[in-house]
Design a protein around this ligand. Sequence first.
Ligand SMILES: Cc1ncc(COP(=O)(O)O)c(C=O)c1O
Length: 363
Amino acid sequence: MTPIEDLETPAVLIDLDVLERNITRQAERARAADVKLRPHGKTHKVPEIGRLQLEAGASGLTLAKTGEAEVFADAGFDDLFLAYPIVGEDKGKRLLALSDRVRLRVGADSVEGAATLSGVFRAAGRRLEVLLKIDAGLHRVGVAPERAREIALRIAELPGIELAGVFTHAGHAYRQETQEGIETVARSEGEILVAAAEVLRHEGLAISEVSVGSTPTAAHAMKVAGVTECRPGNYVFHDLSQVSLGTCPISDCAMTILTTVVSVAAPGRAVLDAGSKTLSTDPLRPRASGHGLVLGGASRLSTLSEEHGVVEIGPGESFRVGQRLRIVPNHACVVTNLHDRIQAVRGGRVEAVWRVAARGRVD
Ligand SMILES: Cc1ncc(COP(=O)(O)O)c(C=O)c1O
């Protein structure tokens, strides 16, 4: 078991004690709320971590891309939801092949999109389970709640398609600057979906799944009566944005980036070997402020270029060339997608090296 000090940098470290605690806590929350937990695998993209989530009680995994589902199906996962509007006959063919080996559901937010999958499944004499995406306030994808009835009825009529439920993602919680704001978004996330499901049931549609999910809102949204499933993803690692939002303390951040100081050529500035290739340029939420925090101190990365991370040295702090630092990143999900491997560490030693098997599966 390699000591952390012997790792080459930059390297992504996952603290196993923290990871396991995050997984257990969310699973217990879902059990207490009597909802299924279907974590979003986008955060880790690592089958070994998905297995830990299933062992803790998750009913299956959520993913976004068809290629990610293929990787997880190859790794033996048999219950997957693609929480993304999948569009295209080419994708439909891959979904058909996937549905031979896994219980598969996908998202849709248009009749036109669902129709591209309908033809493929109808021709094969099969049915694809679809969940209608409702916009609960993020204003990205999803139909406005007042249009849900019309679109759902038309999707439900498509041959080869079975409309099984509704889902949403309250990503606008990441814009909230207070806990009250987050709780309000969380409650409305659940209530909007439950109300939409009721309208569709009233029309005779067999809506069995009411699926919500984001890390900031999960604890509250899953408690709304009528919600059946919750899909947080980031909670598995957490990151500096979750700390800024008040979702968790910094001690709940399982991911840090081990880096080396490569230059202190100018006063007030230290340069690390972790730039945007390692950390991404995703901003801190809810308010942009630097590109990550030096663990154990107050200094932040102020600017990034591809191979350089520039630290604005905080009062009373100093750095020397060759010094190793650990950075808490702004957004953990995008960091995993940049790395082939992550190091699972405990007590200062590497316990396992995990391949980020589904990284880069953009299709
Ligand atoms: C559709 C969908 N569901 C669930 C999640 C998980 O949310 P979070 O990353 O806040 O845990 C995401 C994240 O982007 C998402 O897009």
